[in-house]
Design a protein around this ligand. Structure first.
Ligand code: 5GP
Length: 253
């Protein structure tokens, strides 16, 4: 079989050239990193779970008319996506205070915000993805005013969709990060939700107990990350209720 051309290797995913022009294969690794890769580990099965969960959210977004780069899942670890130029911003939407917002503003984690708050960080690992304002974005030409209007609208639509899905399975969507891609069709460009949507890039808390079901489990050493992600997948109906029941061989008489 011909070797695929690797385009990029990130912390949690590797990108390969896709089978058709304008497509990319996104491979989900088991690597987990936090604090700008100061903390690292390999978590068995994380890539498989994120591939499944990201597919679920991207397909759902497409069904409610939010454009994404997702084309199809290829296998347990890979999905085919449309190639796009990534806008160099992390778009964060917060419904409850947590993480850096709590630290920066001294608001207790878990405090409900008066309305969803959208933040932008400049994607640069060497700078630690600093928070920036629309002034920086316009002045440095990272996105136009029209792009920013579209990005805000995409971010809020993703928030409404994900909050609703999660609410339905007893999970609070505390916050999340998305990335935005530009796809060119001739002279036109459109913006789509790109990268991944998974518990790696969201804060998900159980509605009743506030138990964390996201990457904070790894960041803060709170237990098994695969158990947490599997619980999200199970509640969304993406896993059998009792995975052990399908892994055991059965004797056929
Ligand atoms: P915070 O700014 O509080 O660290 O993060 C806010 C939200 O964005 C959290 O859900 C967090 O998981 C997500 N987030 C922020 N930066 C990154 C990043 O570099 N990678 C990933 N996967 N998620 C991020």
């Amino acid at each position: 079989m011909a070797r695929r051309k690797k385009i990029y290797e990130g912390k949690a995913k590797t990108l390969y050239e896709g089978p058709e022009p304008g497509t990319i294969v996104q491979y989900f690794k088991d690597d987990a990193t936090a604090f700008n890769a100061e903390k690292k580990d390999v978590i068995d099965g994380k890539g498989v779970l994120n591939n499944l969960l990201s597919e679920y959210f991207m397909v759902g977004l497409g069904q409610v008319g939010v454009p994404t780069h997702f084309l199809k899942r290829l296998n347990m670890r890979e999905q085919l996506v449309r190639s796009c130029e990534i806008v160099p911003l992390e778009v964060i939407v917060r419904n409850y205070a947590a993480g850096t917002m709590s630290k920066r503003l001294g608001i207790d984690e878990g405090t409900q915000l008066p309305r969803p708050i959208v933040e932008y960080c400049y994607k640069d690992d060497s700078l630690g993805d600093p928070l920036v304002t629309e002034e920086h974005i316009a002045a440095f030409g990272w996105a136009s005013q029209q792009d920013m209007d579209d990005i805000l609208s995409l971010a809020l639509r993703v928030n409404d969709f994900l909050s609703g899905i999660m609410y339905g399975v007893g999970i609070k969507l505390v916050d999340f990060k998305i990335e935005i891609g530009r796809i060119y069709d001739g002279d036109f460009q459109r913006l789509v939700v790109a990268d991944e949507i998974s518990p790696d890039s969201c804060r998900l808390w159980d509605m009743e107990t506030n138990q964390k079901l996201d990457k904070d489990v790894f960041r803060r050493d709170l237990g098994s990350l695969t158990d947490a992600y599997s619980e999200v997948a199970r509640r969304l109906g993406l896993m059998p209720n009792n995975p052990a029941s399908i892994t055991k061989p059965t004797l056929i008489n």
